[in-house]
Design a protein around this ligand. Structure first.
Ligand SMILES: [Zn+2]
Length: 379
């Protein structure tokens, strides 16, 4: 049990900030998105009840040695053994201060709205070397117990999941926390009665800070219409599709046809409708403006997206111009689309329309039909 997850100010070496922090452009998971399941360790979600008060982070079940990455650019300001060692955060925990570049609005543990430009990300139960045999050998470059400013980039490894004997808290896992101000001090693990207003769930904070990259584009893209289309599509499907992966990019198929798309990390909630894992969900931009349609971005996910990109989708189908419709059941074996013999009475199908093969009026495209029962596609 984690009986002493309290840190006192006296045990902390707090770095003095002498230079500007590099601002965050967006945040990403400290581990691969598929692995970041809040509460997967011991059911400890953000602000659940614990033996020492309410839990101020999300506990993620992970294998020992799993690399832990900084969620964003910032300064490593605490990198040391927990003062409560062998309990608490154990052999090593890290805190990184982030400048988000502007104010964002978050929800604290009590449900109140908090606006802040600065947050701290907290990583507990880690160590600074991958293998225990390397304890006196290869170590990460970060200085322990240092008061120097140590700039960190998003995605840089700042530690590894520690083993149960040294992590201060039983089986291997990561404690991931967010403090909502640069002034928040200990305790970082459990609420002693007044800390709830200073903390938020890391998974929520990452989503909020990453949202603006929907529609953000490199200098090659000049269309504000496209930006807005991506933002609209994201808002229609948020939060199910998770957070965006990188920026909007131009995706070229084998035969040179192009679409603009943004990949999404996919659904993080095992209980929610499955929206596909990392890279299996994308918003695709459609620039067509023919009196029937306006430029818009549409979701292509799971099987559809897999099929689309593996079958030269832009060349064969063009861009989508409807959202997919899922779960249609056919009471008769009448074929509503040119669907070959794939659809039978009672089959459940998913349908999405695309641009290519229009009629003379420009309002009919190619339809991709996915038969969920047979797991096959027809056009
Ligand atoms: Zn925890």
């Amino acid at each position: 049990m984690n009986t002493k997850l309290f840190l006192t100010a006296a045990t902390m070496a707090v770095a003095t900030l002498t230079s500007a922090i590099e601002a965050v452009d967006y945040l990403e998971c400290p581990v691969n998105g598929e692995l970041y399941i809040p509460g997967s360790f011991d059911g400890r979600v953000f602000y659940c009840d614990g033996v020492n008060g309410k839990h101020l982070g999300e506990d993620i079940k992970l294998l020992e040695k799993t690399p832990i990455k900084s969620i964003g650019n910032g300064d490593l300001i605490i990198y040391q053994k927990d003062g409560a060692y062998p309990y608490g955060f154990g052999e090593l925990y890290a805190i990184i201060l982030h400048d988000l570049g502007r104010e964002y609005e978050f929800k604290d543990a009590l449900g109140n709205k908090v606006k802040t430009r600065y947050i701290k990300s907290i990583y507990g139960h880690i160590r600074n070397y991958a293998d225990r045999s390397d304890k006196v050998g290869t170590k990460l470059k970060w200085k322990l117990n240092s008061t120097d400013v140590q700039p960190v980039k998003r995605g840089e490894v700042i530690g590894y999941v520690n083993n149960d004997a040294e992590n201060g808290d039983g089986k291997e896992h990561l404690h991931a926390g967010i403090a909502l101000s640069k002034n928040v001090g200990a305790p970082f693990g459990y609420d002693n009665g007044s800390q709830g207003k200073n903390f938020a769930a890391m998974s929520e904070v990452i989503k909020i800070v990453s949202t603006p990259i929907v529609g953000q584009r490199s200098s090659a893209f000049v269309s504000d219409t496209m930006s807005q289309a991506f933002i609209n599509a994201f808002n229609r499907h948020c939060p199910k599709i998770g957070w965006p992966v990188n920026y909007v990019h131009k995706w070229t198929s084998t035969f040179g046809y192009r679409v603009y798309l943004q990949d999404f990390q996919g659904d993080m909630d095992a209980n929610a409708e499955h929206f596909g894992w990392n890279g299996q969900t994308a918003l695709i931009y459609n620039n067509i403006n023919d009196g029937f349609r306006s430029p818009a971005a549409y979701l292509v996910r799971e099987g559809m997206w897999e099929y689309y990109r593996n079958n030269d989708g832009p060349a064969k189908f063009g861009e989508p111009f409807t959202e997919e419709v899922t779960g249609l059941r056919y009471a008769t074996n009448k074929q509503p689309y040119r669907a070959g013999d794939a659809v039978r009475t009672g089959d459940t199908i998913t349908v999405q329309k695309f641009n290519l093969v229009k009629d003379g009026y420009g309002n009919q495209g190619r339809t991709l039909v996915y038969n969920n029962n047979l797991d096959n596609f027809s056009i």
